[in-house]
Design a protein around this ligand. Structure first.
Ligand SMILES: *Cc1c(COP(=O)(O)O)cnc(C)c1O
Length: 402
């Protein structure tokens, strides 16, 4: 149903097969080469931007380590992510506390560790920042409309109306903080590049009115993530995103473009992952049913949570691909009826698929390995392995090569 070569080159596929052949399923292999390539592409496409990798999308130590070596900064969401990144000797001035939902104790923890840049979208949080992270830079996240064209929207929960952002930045100055800029997230896997245009226009309005009416000169726009990975639904190339978004910036800000931060997650790591699962059972619900149910040893609770509401549609291939195919419903191994990945979307698998065959989920490098349960039905968390230039590492960065 899917042409593997459109997603993974022959060279990298063979490298993956060789590396993964002795590991128990289910597992996820992350190819660091792919992430490096995506990072360099992003830097080349937005040469004026600073990149803050959104650690939550794949918090494996080999990934963080490599991106740190490539000069990346990091968007951090919790004290646990903070400890992990600092332990790799990343300087706290390369970090931003991007989560708008945080405890006062966590603000203090970040401040004590040397972090001086904080996101906010509410009064109470701003007060905590002023109290526990005095004189830090704050940027305010604004709400943007994006739910219909982003496959994983991130709307509503984060951000505030621009009028409120205005008030928060005025208040930030009164509280002794540095009003630094505006942030937004256009929605993850955002297929409509125009979403950035709307958000940049709102940002421009805030820059202008704050300067004219309050004498507050903001200097940074954090444009979030949202750039696409290669799933089954078509998207524009990254270079189209870059040229359009750069044009929007010039349209609104002329030659005087503020400092730009990008926080990519999915677009950097998504394409790097291959999740290998095994067929546990194939059945039909009645004697003449046309559709087969294919139950795998991976599901919503161990790596594939973004199939929730069939939001993210991964390319799925099997070791029997190439012959006749029939429609399937794909489900996971747990005793929860929510553990069905695809039913409405009509996936097809080979007629001669058998129990024990391998089924590969491509583009599973983002929001999979750490987005899994710890032991539902007793199944252990899915293991992630990292394919480096020298061999294989586990998620802690320990070498597994012999
Ligand atoms: C999750 C997140 C990102 C990453 O978004 P992608 O769409 O995966 O690139 C960036 N910024 C913030 C604040 C986030 O919460």
């Amino acid at each position: 149903m899917f042409n593997r070569a459109e997603y993974v080159s022959d060279t990298e596929w063979n490298r993956f097969l060789e590396a993964s052949k002795n590991f128990a399923t289910p597992n996820i292999f992350i190819n660091l080469r792919t992430i490096k390539r995506r990072f360099i592409q992003l830097k080349d496409s937005f040469p004026f931007a600073q990149i803050y990798y959104a650690v939550k999308s794949n918090p494996g130590i080999p990934v963080i380590k490599m991106l740190a070596e490539l000069g990346s900064n990091f968007d951090i969401a919790s004290r646990y992510e903070l400890d992990k990144v600092l332990a790799l000797n990343v300087s706290p001035d390369k970090l931003s506390y991007g989560n708008t939902i945080k405890k006062a104790a966590d603000v203090k923890y970040f401040y004590d560790k040397g972090v001086r840049m904080f996101a906010t979208d509410s009064k109470e949080d701003l007060k905590n920042i002023a109290k526990y992270a005095p004189a830090s830079r704050v940027y305010v996240r604004i709400l943007v409309e994006n739910s219909s064209t982003a496959d994983w929207p991130l709307s509503r929960k984060f951000g505030c109306h621009p009028d409120m952002a205005y008030d928060l930045l005025v208040q930030a100055r009164e509280l002794g903080l540095t009003p630094y800029g505006i942030s937004f997230h256009a929605g993850s896997q955002q297929r409509d590049i125009g979403a950035w245009n709307d958000a940049i226009a709102k940002t421009k309005y805030l820059f202008e009115s704050l300067e004219d009416e309050e004498g507050i000169k903001l200097s940074m726009i954090n444009m979030g993530g949202g750039f696409p990975a290669h799933y089954i639904q078509e998207t524009n190339d990254l270079k189209d995103y870059a040229s359009e978004i750069t044009r929007y910036l010039h349209d609104d800000f002329g030659d005087d473009i503020p400092a730009i931060i990008l926080e990519p997650g999915r677009s950097l790591v998504g394409d790097s992952g291959i999740l290998t699962s095994e067929v546990v059972l194939i059945s039909r619900k009645n004697n003449t049913a046309l559709q087969r149910w294919v139950y795998l040893d991976a599901g919503k609770f161990n790596g594939l949570i973004e199939t929730l509401e069939e939001s993210i549609k991964y390319p799925v291939i099997t070791e029997k691909d190439g012959g006749r195919e029939g429609e399937v419903i794909i489900a996971g191994p747990t005793c929860d009826s929510a553990d069905i990945m695809y039913e409405d979307e009509k996936y097809k698998m080979p007629i001669d698929l058998k129990i024990g065959d391998k089924v590969y989920w491509l583009t599973t490098g983002a929001y999979t390995s750490s987005y899994a349960s710890v032991g539902f039905n007793g199944f252990p968390p899915i293991q992630a392995y990292y394919l480096t230039e020298d061999g294989i590492e586990d998620s802690e960065g320990n070498s597994l090569s012999c």
